[in-house]
Structures are given as C-alpha cells and as structure tokens.
Design a protein around this ligand. Sequence first.
Ligand code: ADP
Ligand code: MG
Length: 271
Amino acid sequence: MNEIAETPQAVPMHRDGEQPFIHIQGLRKSYRKKGEESVALSNVTLDIYAGDMVSLVGPSGCGKSTLLKILSGLHAHDGGTLEIRAGAGRHFNPGRDVGMVFQQPLLLKWRNILDNVMLPADILGLTRSAARVRALELLDMVGLGGQGKKMPYELSGGMQQRAAIARALLHDPSLVLMDEPFGALDALTREKMNLEMLRIWEQSHKTFVVVTHSIQEAVFLGTHCAVLTAGPARMADFFPITLPAPRTLHVKATPEFTAYVSRIYDLLGVA
Ligand code: ADP
Ligand code: MG
C-alpha cells in the first residue's frame, strides 16, 4: 500500500503553488419569491483542491442545496466568482464532469441495478460495452458485486444508496456532489455508509462535496468543513479537519473529534 492510501484523510500541508480545483469568492445567490428578492447565499468564499472531501454543514434553509446546485451548473449565481478547472485545456462541463447523489436513491424501478448504474452512459451517449465493464467494477467497489441483476425493490435502502453512488461515478466525473445522501437511512446504516463513503472516496481519487445537517457526520467525513449559517445565509467558517487516519467510528470518542463538533456548535450558536 502506498503512503497516500494509508493516510486518506491527511490534509496536504503545502498547497502553495497548487491551483484550487474550485475557487469560490464572494459568491451570492438570491431567489425571487412573490416579486421579493430573498438572499439564499451571501458572500461564500472557499477554495477546494482536487481530492478533497468537503463537508458542508448548516441548518435547514441556509443555502446548502443552493450552493450544490450552483456547483452542478443547475442554477446560476448572481454575484461573486466561481471557477472550476477541468484540466487538460478544456472547460468544466457540469453535464460530464459532475456526479450527483441525492437523499433518495432515485433508481428507476423498471431497470435492474446494473442498468440503473449505466443510466449516465445512455444519457451521455457513452459506449455501452465500456460502460458495462465500468458499472460492474463500480458495483464491486460499492459492495454490490453480483447484485446487478436484482431490481431496486430487492435491495435495502442502504444498498440502493450504494447503487446511486456507483451511478454517480459511472461517467468518471471529477466532482461528486452529494446532498444529504444518508438523510433517509437509519442511524446505524448511516454510520456504516459513512465508513463506506470514506473508502469509496479514497479509491475513486475524486473531489467530493457532501451536504449534511449532521455536525458529527460533517466532522467524520470531511478533510475540510464549510459551515453555513442562516438568517442571513452566509459562510461562517471553513477549516481543515486533521483527525488521525484511517478514520474509524472510534474517532468519534476522541477529544479531537469533540473539539471540532464543539467548534461547529459555537459557530451555529446551538451550544
Ligand atoms: P438548505 O439546502 O440549506 O436547506 P436551500 O439552498 O434549499 O437550503 O434554500 C436556501 C433558501 O433559498 C431557503 O430560504 C429556500 O426557501 C430558498 N430557495 C431555495 N430554492 C429556491 C427556489 N427554487 N426558489 C425560491 N427560493 C428558493
Ligand atoms: Mg437542502
């Protein structure tokens, strides 16, 4: 095993000279509600580097989903700067370069698991034979090897969400965006999925941005944590999380973990 694989959560110490993958500066977004402007995001600033796992935490309505929608190209921002580098001299194309996971797995109930994972290939017009090989690899990676022929209803909620993660990775996106991906799961399954997700992130070598309203989940998952507060929605803090790696659920019992959690409670004014 190489050094990087052994320390998946290590935060790179020397970022000077490395360009951020995503540069967000003073980002603003407002919606029009019944003719009135309501500010969903004001002055969000953060840099995300390739390979980071950024958790985005904050109370309901503080603009977490809005920020993800802007990153995914679904919504436009109306102030500030957003730059995402695609590399190799091309423009970042959200349709090809982003994989999305939502709170619900949103599997098509008339397609088996393998065909669900292959859905992006159909949408993007990728070669089916190559996509099938990739889908089978991904099913193995998310712990669903041999389950491809099953229909969605035959899988548990946690397994369906793993299939949704495999589907999000099929077209080899450089950025994976997850909006409360484990919000619909029971507490124990959720903790298991957190462990799985760290493994998947580590193996995929991709950049993940994960929205959660669970402060513990944000600290457990992130190499970095962005805290948003509501009323008015703004960015309260953005900091690296340097917990020992590899992370296991036992890290939650350590003083370091508790200190990060307390820091976020203080920022959100809920302590
Ligand atoms: P979160 O995901 O943190 O719960 P959202 O980003 O969904 O927050 O919403 C932030 C704010 O923007 C909320 O006040 C919400 O009502 C508002 N909002 C979100 N989407 C829309 C929309 N499409 N049109 C109008 N207002 C919206
Ligand atoms: Mg949301």
